[in-house]
Design a protein around this ligand. Structure first.
Ligand code: NAP
Ligand code: GLV
Length: 309
């Protein structure tokens, strides 16, 4: 089997090491601009259009991440009929659960405020929040959203979830579609965004929607920066409608120097690390899926381009 590889921002040597271990009998090569030789599969992260355009020889394009927004934006440059396959968890679920649990508990136990008091050298008691007033709403109940919900459930917070199609998850009040969005937002004291970035979800966290959250709400965005209208979020934080935000993703990454988020103490920033792609786990998952495809078996994670995820 011949496999072409390209990962923008990744170290190809490290990847080739993991891929060769997982796919020892296959010929894996790093793709270069003038490489038009036949290939059976492509393994990519943010590939250039030239890598995939016209490549009807491919049987599958494996995306080295859960989010496929960067690959689907290639549009007509993607070869027709060739499946795009996203990573299913591959070690990202536990990382998301850790990140979001930490952020929720930090706000619930008021450690964000205690850090400020510590900086001001003030020994002061803050009234604890009631757990029953601290409902957590998860936007997106897919592979990672459900993993987050499972983790938060252990702490006993009231849980809400929103998805495109109706879900039934024990212990979670589930809302679906545009009709369910307002009630979901009104019920969410902490809003966690783990949606895919699509035409329908781009800019979904704008002023009007963020204002539907209860006063004193918190936002945790671990999906894509383009879900949030950044100036609207900043205004609502300054107006104290939103008490704090933990952001892992931004409209422009790296977040530019001088961006207003850097100087807003109620906004916590991490550099798109909520759930990293783990090389060995991902290579093993891709190897298993290639084997299944070669044997004519069904696999999970095939992207529906018409939905955008
Ligand atoms: P997924 O399994 O595809 O789940 C997506 C969820 O969003 C599904 O529940 C889906 O609803 C829902 N959804 C999609 N469009 C919707 C809409 N218009 N209205 C309501 N709900 C909608 O994706 P995942 O694996 O959980 O990953 C989610 C995203 O996380 C990725 O796309 C990526 O952008 C981001 N991510 C970020 C990091 C990081 O480090 N920050 C790491 C990994 C992934 P249905 O269930 O009804 O289809
Ligand atoms: C990372 O952001 C991913 O989509 O896997």
């Amino acid at each position: 089997m011949k496999i072409i590889f390209h990962a923008t921002g990744g170290n190809p040597d490290h990847w080739l090491h993991s891929l060769n271990l997982a796919l020892p009998q296959h010929d894996i090569r790093v793709w270069h601009e003038d490489d038009t030789a036949l290939a059976d599969y492509a393994i990519v992260w943010k590939p250039p259009a030239a890598m995939l355009a016209g490549r009807s020889d491919l049987k599958g394009i494996f995306n080295l991440g859960a989010g496929v927004d960067a690959i689907l934006q290639l549009g007509d440059a993607l070869p027709a009929g060739v499946p795009v396959i996203r990573l299913d968890d591959a070690g990202m679920g536990i990382q998301m659960a850790e990140y979001v649990s930490h952020a929720v508990l930090r706000y619930f136990r008021r450690f964000d405020r205690y850090d400020q008091l510590r900086d001001a050298q003030q020994w002061r008691f803050l009234k604890p929040f009631e757990k029953s007033d601290f409902s957590v709403g998860v936007l997106g109940l897919g592979v990672l959203g459900q993993r987050i919900v499972d983790a938060i459930a252990h702490f006993g917070f009231p849980l809400h979830g929103w998805s495109r199609t109706q879900k039934h998850i024990s212990g979670v009040t589930c809302y679906a579609g545009t009709d369910g969005l307002d009630a979901f937002l009104q019920a969410s004291r902490v809003l966690v965004c783990i949606l895919p970035l699509t035409e329908d979800t781009q800019g979904i966290l704008h002023r009007e929607n963020l204002q539907k959250l209860p006063k004193g709400a918190y936002l945790i965005n671990v999906a894509r920066g383009a879900h949030v209208v950044e100036e609207d979020l900043l205004a609502l934080v300054r107006e104290e409608h939103i008490a704090g935000a933990t952001l892992d993703v931004f409209q422009q990454e790296p977040l530019p120097a001088g961006h207003a988020f850097w100087s807003e103490p109620r906004i916590s920033i991490t550099p798109h690390i909520a759930a990293l792609t783990l090389r060995d786990e991902s290579a093993r998952q891709i190897a298993d899926k290639i084997q299944a495809l070669q044997q004519g078996q069904a696999i999970s994670g095939i992207v529906d381009a018409s939905r955008g995820y």
